[in-house]
Design a protein around this ligand. Structure first.
Ligand code: ARG
Length: 462
């Protein structure tokens, strides 16, 4: 392990005693914030260029530091960098290595900044990429949903409320519902990109700095929109972290709901969809089994993502301004949520590519449970001019009769129907047709084939 002079932290000029062994071991964050090395080097480079531009350091020092930072980046990329967890975090590791590489001049890197603004800057840059990466994964899922939806416009299934047959729908309509959910998620992540866009660099520990720095320059160079406006708030604020964790949580809710839906549809009781072998696992004892483990994984892991949101909220609750060590945990929380959500999106995407609807079974199920009852009531409103409540009552009577005689609505004769409602003619029998029912829902956002086609087309154009 590489050591600095006495293998002591930089602040050991005043703090003479080492931390207790246990705290030394667990108080650092290197194993986690290592992941910020690129962003740390990027921000440091821009910081140093700004110091030079403002004549706070000279050309030679600036060049040396930037040379050193590039070399460190190379070492890390090539896995030649020796990390030292006694140096607490990634920022101190990089700074300490810079001293080894270029000597005393390395010390100029920390003029007019603190780790407090440094870490938030790195983190915001990292989160910008993370938000974009999640958006990319959502886009890819949406593409596959659209593909599947296009192929299943005419696939008819029961639409459920309370998990009971409600009214027939196109299977595409369900798929396009998922697309709506993911589009809202996408918007949340896009909004995050907007709110994360303020540059923390230059607020130093909490007060700002007496050096004549140019925060607008670093803002531009680091791709932010504007500098933050209050130095105390800047080092204490982790709202952008909560925004991200919340967005992850809502997206995870959606993934979990879809996973649960597919588990039910795939069950032997429903058999509405078949998962292909890529997305099932076997049982160690029951040879016949093909279990939807990946879907259960998606549903299960959702809890982690919620938990992380609550951890962060709890950390911030009751924390006075400004920086406290408590905040260090934000990275671990965000990284695990990001990894979890990204993996879940990839797995769900695989699910969308590897299942098929059992069209015959869907129709079979849709034909049970008096699923066209509402169509019958609507028919009476339209053709007999009944108020809806009266039509509802007459329909309920017809269903009671059918249920008692163990018949489907389509199996009733006109004689039987007329015993309950004399005004109906044989024209009414058409309303029991499932396809007709689906296609009659022409109101905007409804399940008619035309509506769905239009929706798919408009999304494809986007
Ligand atoms: N590793 C620390 C963190 O992530 C960096 C900031 C340290 N600042 C401080 N005042 N100790 O929060």
């Amino acid at each position: 392990m590489r050591k600095n002079k006495n293998n002591l932290p930089i602040w050991n000029t005043r703090i003479k005693k080492n931390s207790t062994n246990l705290f030394k071991k667990i108080g650092g964050s290197l194993s986690i914030d290592k992941r910020l090395y690129k962003e740390d080097i990027e921000a440091s480079t821009v910081h140093v260029e700004m110091l030079f531009k403002q004549k706070i350091i000279n050309f030679k020092i600036k060049s040396k530091i930037i040379w050193g930072l590039n070399r460190i980046k190379n070492e890390i990329v090539k896995k030649k960098f020796i990390f030292n967890d006694k140096l607490e975090d990634i920022h101190m590791n990089i700074e300490s290595r810079l001293f080894e590489l270029i000597g005393e001049d390395a010390g100029h890197i920390h003029t007019a900044r603190s780790r407090n603004d440094q870490v938030v800057t790195d983190f915001k840059i990292w989160l910008r990429k993370a938000n974009k990466e999640i958006i990319k994964n959502i886009d890819s899922i949406n593409k596959n949903i659209l593909k599947k939806a296009e192929k299943n416009i005419q696939t008819i299934m029961p639409g459920f409320t309370h998990l009971k047959n409600a009214q027939p729908v196109s299977f595409s309509h369900y798929l396009m519902a998922y697309l709506e959910m993911f589009n809202r998620d996408k918007k949340r992540f896009e909004n995050n990109l907007d709110s994360i866009n303020e540059n923390p660099l230059g607020v130093a520990a909490l007060t700002g700095t007496s050096f004549k720095i140019d925060r607008f320059y670093t803002t531009k160079r680091l791709g932010f929109k504007k500098p933050t406006r209050n130095s105390i708030d800047t080092v204490s604020d982790r709202d952008f972290v909560i925004d991200f964790l919340y967005s992850c949580s809502v997206c995870a809710v959606h993934i979990s709901r879809i996973a649960e839906e597919f588990i039910i549809w795939n069950s032997d009781a429903f058999k509405l969809i078949t998962l292909n072998d890529k997305i099932v696992t076997g049982s160690s004892i029951m040879p016949q089994k093909k279990n939807p483990d990946p879907l259960e994984y998606l549903r299960g892991k959702t809890g982690f993502v919620f938990g992380n949101l609550f951890s962060m909220l709890t950390t911030l609750k009751g924390l006075p301004l400004s920086y406290f060590k408590d905040l260090q945990d934000d990275k671990e929380i965000v990284f695990t949520s990001f990894d979890q959500l990204k993996n879940s999106l990839i797995i769900l995407n695989d699910v969308f590519k590897n299942f098929s609807p059992n069209k015959k079974r869907m129709i079979e199920l849709a034909e049970s449970g008096y699923i066209t009852a509402t169509d019958l009531a609507d028919y009476m409103v339209r053709e007999l001019n009944y108020p809806f409540r009266k039509a509802y009552l007459q329909t309920a009577k017809i269903i009671n009769y059918a249920e008692k005689n163990k018949k489907k609505l389509s199996e009733l004769s006109m004689k039987e129907i007329n015993k309950i409602e004399q005004e109906l003619t044989s024209d009414v029998l058409k309303v029991f047709d499932l396809k007709r029912s689906v296609n009659s829902k022409v109101s905007y956002g409804g399940t008619s084939f035309e509506n769905i086609k239009k929706m798919i087309l408009s999304y494809k154009r986007k």
